[in-house]
Design a binder for this molecule. Structure first.
Ligand code: DGL
Length: 258
């Protein structure tokens, strides 16, 4: 059983890492659209055609389930992918609903970080309108962050300065939760932990996504799995250096989460 994970770049590895821990008896194919990363600052129609092309390349490998491990790609193309392919497809959306529920008791606000494109899409607007009955959700686009991440820029000083600058207009005492609404952003959880006040929780949608994947696999009777946690890496440009970079980035995640 091979489960496909798709993202524009290395972001979806944060979701794959969660899956490898929770579902180690599956085999995986990870695909990055290196020809077009980043998605979040490009026009919607262009991004949609990049996604459809790249997922088509993955399907040739014989997948049994697909995780769209990218909030931006999910908001743009998950419905079309579900129409095209008759296999279980799990998408992602910023974890706004659990964050609002968690914050109800404290009366604090929720701050969502995501790509400009995710925040512009009707899907995001619909999500916030549905769950934010108290008007406590604010959204902050971080257009540069995927570039930093793709460059493996994890220098604490440089990245802390970047986040401090982005957050300078906010009174952080008003906030109880920061939602990481892009799969690249959990690479920066440890740095954010150091600069955000300790009362602010940092949440992402990765665990929820893998719970949904697991439930779907159970429904198809393959929850136990027959694989061994093997990962095949692919990228749309076919660049071997990028394959090495993905392995390194996955190791970085193992280390920072252990
Ligand atoms: N990792 C993707 C997400 O979750 C976006 C990255 C990009 O802008 O390409 O939104």
């Amino acid at each position: 059983m091979t489960i496909g994970f798709f993202d524009s770049g290395i972001g979806g590895l944060t979701v794959l890492e969660e899956s490898l821990r929770r579902l180690p008896a599956q085999d995986y194919l990870y695909m990055a659209d290196t020809l077009h990363v980043p998605y979040g600052t490009k026009p919607q129609e262009d991004v949609k055609s990049y996604i459809l092309e790249t997922v088509e390349m993955m399907m040739a490998e014989g997948l049994e389930a697909l995780v769209v491990a990218c909030n931006t790609a999910t908001s743009i193309a998950v419905s079309e992918l579900r129409e095209r392919y008759a296999l279980p497809i799990v998408g992602m959306e910023p974890a706004v609903k659990p964050a609002v529920e968690m914050n109800r008791a404290t009366g604090k606000r929720v701050l969502v970080f995501a790509t400009p494109l995710t925040l512009q899409m009707p899907k995001y607007y619909a999500l916030v309108s549905r769950v934010d009955d108290g008007g406590i959700v604010d959204s902050l686009p971080l257009p540069e962050l995927v570039h930093y991440c793709e460059d493996l820029q994890f220098d604490e000083r440089i990245m802390s300065d970047y986040f401090r600058d982005k957050l300078s207009g906010y009174n952080l005492n008003e906030y109880g939760i920061v939602v990481l609404g892009c799969t690249h952003y959990p690479f920066y959880t440890n740095i954010l932990r150091q600069i955000l006040p300790s009362h602010i929780q940092i949440v992402n949608g990765n665990a929820g996504t893998i719970r949904r994947l697991s439930a779907l696999l159970s429904r198809y009777g393959v929850a136990g799995g027959r694989g061994s946690g093997k990962v095949k890496f692919m990228c749309s440009s076919g660049d071997p250096a990028y394959i090495d970079k993905m392995r390194k980035a996955l190791d970085f995640l193992y280390e920072s989460n252990s």
